[in-house]
Design a protein around this ligand. Structure first.
Ligand code: ZN
Length: 104
């Protein structure tokens, strides 16, 4: 009975540290999941992932997704341009065009 309690505490610690590791990369949910499933290995996996958070171009501070102003220096933020988006859309359209019509 006591062992189950200890195991539960250890598991909870894995989960919480996973959230903390994930927060460093803007991936709290994934960090929680990997920490819960894999323990310390999950923390490492999250820590080596790319940082998903945005950085202010003016001061380099971390800002949340979707905000219009940096909370550190107050400079306005614009959405980062995605040069691949147009190319991706073109590729998708091309694939749709090349698909055989249904029912033949
Ligand atoms: Zn800033």
């Amino acid at each position: 009975m006591e062992e189950a309690l200890v195991l539960g505490c250890v598991w909870l610690a894995f989960l919480l540290v996973g959230i903390l590791c994930g927060r460093e990369r803007g991936r709290e949910n994934l960090g929680a999941l990997l920490g819960f499933l894999l323990g310390p290995l999950g923390w490492i996996i999250v820590m080596v992932m790319s940082d998903r958070r945005r950085k202010c171009p003016e001061c380099g501070g971390v800002v949340e997704e979707g905000v219009r102003r940096c909370r550190h220096c107050g400079s306005p933020l614009t959405a980062p341009p995605d040069p691949n988006r147009d190319a991706r859309n073109r590729d998708m359209l091309e694939q749709l065009r090349n698909m055989p019509p249904p029912g033949r």
